[in-house]
Design a protein around this ligand. Structure first.
Ligand code: NAD
Length: 740
């Protein structure tokens, strides 16, 4: 079965997200709604969406729109029809009747329902129709969420289901998990339960919402939105509907019922329009005081708002034992939440799935958890867990495990896919080295480096790991969300605060030395980025010999925003790439002026398609829709490059002073237009100095080392200024840029 044309019915949040993603995969798609104006508006919204739902915005018109009365004929040609209308069974049944009257024989019809069982959805279908009907449950936002749950009915043509799964994996890049027809399937059943436990325990233990989010967040390997932040993001009203549906669908004695009860404060928030970020605010809200925006948090007892308080648990990496063994309310809360999640998830085995591994992977893909409940159990340790847990009656999984006491109960990861993923390989590889910022694995005859810091921020240790791993072909790849958000600014500022600029210089020199080493070592170096590839992260990627990039990346040299210039070879490498263009051969100032613009504005690409024209990626770099495939494609490149020879060193002829003057003119205009202020002028001048070649002339050939030196000198001059330090501190404290 081939899927060449798709029709989506319902152009709301999910319908438009699915349409955009099919467009990303170059599949012709038509979006139908009650009226064409609705689907047309949806298309406009896709175009404006941030973060963008489209990989390539210029393809927006590849999404056709129409209405279900005049344009229903398109269904006749479709290989797959996705229903994504409101969650109402009567409306869905009417739509199916219409679809099955028109569809091409054998075409797949699926629903995106999040809560209606397939047996109810398909109850009015003929036996023959049931063969081709299933649920395809995408998560929001469709482009960015990895999970797709496919729910089949007992009449399904299994070959068709498996080819749909293959299509969704290969073409749409989804982690497609086939699940049984149980309420909330896998992801929401466990994910929403986890949120409810985290919330109800916070009420019970009288934690503030900032405290709860600080614990049920990064230290547990959960995104930093925590529980209350996530509630605001999803919509407090939508969550209330989801809970109602669970209460209705689940049996009375399901422990979910206990944590799904209505909470008066939440009902009040919904009634008063505090439905979360889309409403007036939610558990958090932005308030304006004296012309300043202030983030406020609600007090769970009084319902009053006050300025948020930063909670620092002093934990940088995920370490569950450290967290649950704390002798304070945070430790108590963490244990209570984690143990209940493990208990609940394991109670669902084998009744909702006999593959506990699928539950973990659904949590990774659908909720961006670093590990699922069973991996949490593994990480706490079987003995430690049973020493502390009180009761687990009627829980077959835990009863068996308490008897076997098997610390290695987990087995393989990611059983739902045939792709050779990093997650599957890591347990089979030898961990040859580890420091506080990275781990080196040896697999077959190559090495793997995985950064392990928060947002994979880079420091001296990260560079050390890279350098030490080049004795074999090397793949730089991460399972966590980001490839790297750049150099660790806290690490750098710790030196700056002490006036220890020598240590900063030593670090930057080592960064440069390592990147140069990556580029010219005897073995191929492959970077396989996904997520954030910023600043130093991009410098590592572009100075690798090959790049295998996930299509969802945010890539850019953004250093000027924090008052610095890229100094790990970023200016040099992008300049070199632009110098190879036909325009640059004619005009020696073309490339430096282009790069001055790109780096000066901190331009970022939000996809591989946007990264290529900026020359952050090259046409020959591999672009991959499925993040799970990054490792497999990288490994293939190593095999194909057995006779690898490192590239030739590059050199530069730059105009020097007259070119710098051209760049200063650009800066002066920006300054006069008040787009940049005094320090912006200083940062821009340093960038101009690097890209014009400093004290040089067009006749003089500069080596890569000379360019590295220019980058380093400018970086050092800038980091020593109080204005750059103010910018960095502002970004570290607020996550925003300071214009000074
Ligand atoms: P939505 O309210 O944003 O959009 C529904 C769309 O369906 C609207 O544009 C509406 O005009 C249209 N519609 C209603 N009746 C129709 C009909 N008879 N014919 C054609 N179009 C019709 O809803 P949504 O959030 O996109 O949800 C759609 C489905 O996806 C639901 O089943 C929901 O449970 C499920 N779902 C939602 C999410 C989420 O996060 N929003 C996540 C997963 C699954």
């Amino acid at each position: 079965m081939e899927i060449k044309k798709v029709v989506i019915i319902g152009s709301g949040t999910m319908g438009s997200g699915i349409a955009a993603h099919l467009c990303n995969a170059n599949i012709p798609v038509t979006l139908l709604d009650l009226k064409t104006e609705i689907s047309e508006k949806a298309r406009e919204k896709i175009h404006k969406s941030r973060p963008p739902l489209l990989i390539d915005k210029s393809k927006i018109n590849n999404i056709n729109v129409g209405n279900i009365n005049d344009d229903f004929d398109v269904v006749k040609d479709a290989d797959w029809v996705v229903e994504a209308v409101v969650e109402r069974i009567d409306i869905k049944h009417n739509i199916y009747e219409k679809i099955f009257k028109s569809r091409k024989r054998g075409a797949i019809v699926s629903s995106n329902t999040s809560s209606i069982p397939i047996k109810i959805l398909s109850e009015k279908l003929a036996e023959e129709e049931k063969k081709d009907f299933c649920i395809t449950h995408f998560f929001n936002p469709v482009r960015y969420m990895g999970l797709l749950e496919i729910v089949k009915n007992e009449k399904n043509d299994l070959e068709k289901i498996s080819s749909l799964k293959k299509f969704c994996e290969q073409e749409l890049g989804k982690g497609a998990i086939v699940c049984n027809d149980t309420p909330g399937f896998l992801g929401n059943r466990v994910g929403v339960f986890a949120m409810q436990v985290a919330m109800t325990e916070a009420f019970k233990m009288k934690l503030s919402i900032e405290e709860a989010d600080a614990v049920f967040g990064r230290p547990m390997g959960i995104p930093k939105t925590g529980v209350f932040g996530l509630y605001d993001l999803i919509g407090i009203d939508l969550m209330a509907d989801v809970l109602k549906s669970f209460i209705k669908e689940l049996s009375e004695n399901d422990p979910f019922q206990l944590v799904a009860k209505e909470i008066p404060l939440i009902s009040k928030l919904i009634q008063t329009g505090y439905t979360g970020r889309k409403g007036k605010g939610g558990f958090y809200r932005m308030n304006k005081q004296n012309n300043q925006k202030i983030l406020e948090a609600i007090n769970l007892e009084t319902g009053e708002y006050s300025s948020t308080k930063k909670i620092d648990l002093g934990i940088d990496t995920v370490n569950l034992n450290l967290l649950i063994n704390r002798k304070d309310k945070y430790g108590e809360y963490a244990w209570s939440v984690i143990s209940q999640i493990i208990k609940y998830a394991s109670s669902l085995v084998p009744s909702i799935t006999d593959k506990f591994n699928d539950i973990d992977e659904a949590m990774r893909l659908g909720f961006n958890w670093a590990m699922g409940p069973f991996e949490m159990l593994k990480s706490i340790g079987v003995k430690n867990f049973f020493d502390r847990i009180d009761s687990y009656e009627n829980n077959k999984f835990l009863e068996n495990l308490s008897k076997s006491k098997n610390e290695n109960f987990y087995g393989e990861r990611q059983l739902y896919t045939n792709i050779e993923t990093l997650g599957k390989i890591k347990p089979k590889a030898i961990k040859v080295d580890k420091n506080k910022s990275a781990e080196i694995y040896r697999f077959k005859d190559f090495n793997i480096v995985e950064f392990t810091t928060k947002a994979c921020a880079l420091d001296y240790d990260s560079m050390d790991a890279l350098k030490n791993a080049t004795d074999k072909p090397l793949i730089i790849i991460n399972e966590s969300m980001q490839f790297s958000a750049g150099v660790n600014l806290t690490y750098t500022m710790n030196f700056a605060d002490k006036g220890d600029f020598k240590s900063i210089e030593k670090f930057i020199k080592y960064f440069q030395e390592t990147c140069k080493h990556l580029k010219y070592s005897d073995h191929p170096v492959i970077s396989a980025p996904s997520g954030l590839v910023l600043g130093g992260g991009e410098e590592v990627a572009i100075q690798s010999n090959f790049v295998v990039s996930h299509t969802n990346i945010v890539m850019g040299l953004v250093e000027t925003g924090v008052g610095l210039v890229p100094a790990g070879g970023g200016c040099k490498e992008v300049l070199w790439r632009w110098s190879q263009t036909p325009e640059a051969k004619k005009d020696p100032d073309f490339a430096p002026l282009k790069v001055f613009n790109i780096i000066g504005y901190g331009t970022t690409a939000t996809s591989t398609v946007e990264a290529e024209p900026l020359k952050f990626l090259r046409p020959e770099d591999k672009k991959v829709m499925n993040r799970n495939s990054l490792f497999e494609v990288s490994k293939k490149l190593i095999l194909e490059n057995k006779d690898f020879t490192p590239p030739k060193e590059c050199s530069f002829n730059l105009s020097g002073k007259p070119l710098k003057e051209k760049m200063i003119k650009v800066l002066e205009k920006l300054y006069n237009d008040k787009i940049i202020l005094d320090h912006g002028m200083k940062v821009g001048s340093e960038l101009a100095n690097v890209l014009s070649g400093g004290d040089t002339t067009i006749k003089k050939t500069l080596s890569e080392d000379e360019l590295y030196k220019l980058e380093l000198d400018s970086f050092m001059r800038l980091i020593e200024t109080k204005e750059t330090q103010q910018r960095i501190k502002h970004t570290l404290n607020t996550g925003k840029l300071l214009v000074n």
